[in-house]
Design a protein around this ligand. Structure first.
Ligand code: PEP
Ligand code: MN
Length: 330
């Protein structure tokens, strides 16, 4: 972006105004008099609306390259999801529940405990993307109804995954927030189908996706009609198997502070280990995460999927208290 200065501008003052908005001057082009006439902003400066800059005293104009994802760039840093604000300025939102919805009784009992703990979103997979075709694949449509009833009974919202185009309508009918899983971040036909429902979407990062690819998948969703997109960092593939994935907190800080997007973090799939959820949840919030998705189970040893990373519901409340100021922490 290039900011041009008026002849009578105070260049230092303009630079200070830019810095106050997280914008770094990479180079000053000078007039014959030696006074700065244009400031070239560094590409890693915070994403900002050029019209906001054109109102700074002393600024004559702003030339900005078109964003490759204009709808994402225009999206507010804080979005409303079925009455819950997620993003800059809002309290961190919590999304908890089992990896897979296992029974109606299971999600109902969990919803009761989670709602008491201040958790706004009940998560749970009805359609499960499993690496092995022999692993539990989820209870499908039945599980959607169980989730909805459990959430409604305790004033919660539902977030659940649309695994394929065939399930989009049913998922959109039952969920407040439709999840696109990591394995589907590049599935553009699915992104379009989910976008067309108009529902807000939780877009997980593909496990080998660059930030640009992730943002462009968000653009697909908004361009096809999604009301809002919340990005979810859930760890990327690395060479080291000590943790299930590698939690990329740099990406979280970039999305939150530079691109000004609502971004939540899923430390469960990022680490695969329940003992690391709390420290990484704390780190995620410090990096700018607007919320956390934490897999929770009443009895993780008996979970049908992802038991080793599930936090026992009895441990969740004290954990949230230690993570103060989260909603369940008081
Ligand atoms: C999930 O959240 O249920 C899930 C399968 O996560 P991911 O797509 O990040 O692997
Ligand atoms: Mn899981």
């Amino acid at each position: 972006m290039i900011v041009s200065l008026k002849h009578d501008a105070d260049p230092e003052r303009v630079a200070a105004e830019l810095a106050a908005r997280g914008l770094w001057v990479a180079e000053a082009l000078r007039a014959e008099s030696g006074r700065p006439s244009h400031y070239v902003l560094a590409p890693f400066s915070r994403a900002v609306d050029p019209t906001e800059l054109s109102h700074i005293e002393g600024v004559a104009g702003v030339a900005a390259p078109r964003s490759p994802h204009p709808l994402v760039s225009k999206q507010s840093a804080c979005v409303d999801l079925a009455g819950v604000a997620i993003g800059a300025g809002a309290a961190p939102a919590l999304m908890c529940g089992p990896c897979s919805v296992e029974s109606e009784e299971q999600v109902r009992a969990l919803a009761e405990r989670l709602s008491q703990a201040g958790v706004a979103f009940l998560r749970g997979g009805a359609f499960k993307p499993r690496t092995s075709p022999y692993a539990f694949q989820g209870h499908g449509d039945e599980a959607l109804a169980w989730l909805r009833r459990a959430a409604d009974a305790f004033g919660m919202r539902v977030v659940t995954e649309a695994l394929g185009e065939a399930h989009v309508a049913a998922v959109a009918d039952h969920a407040d927030l439709v999840q696109i899983g990591s394995r589907n971040m590049h599935n553009y036909a699915l992104l379009r189908a989910v976008g067309k429902t108009g529902k807000p979407v939780l877009l997980k990062r593909g496990m080998a996706a660059t930030l640009d690819e992730w943002l462009l998948s968000g653009e697909y969703l908004l361009q096809s009609g999604a009301r809002a997109v919340v990005f979810c960092e859930r760890g990327i593939r690395s060479f080291d198997a000590s943790t299930r994935n590698l939690l990329d907190l740099g990406a979280v800080a970039l999305l939150a502070h530079v691109h000004r997007q609502p971004v939540v973090v899923d430390p469960s799939h990022a680490t695969g280990r329940r003992d690391l959820i709390e420290p990484l949840a704390r780190a995620a919030l410090a990096a700018g995460a607007a919320g956390l998705m934490i897999e929770t189970h009443a009895d993780p040893g008996r979970a049908l999927s992802d038991g080793p990373q599930a936090v026992p519901v009895d441990d969740l409340v004290p954990m949230l208290r230690r993570l103060s100021p989260l909603p369940g922490a008081s």
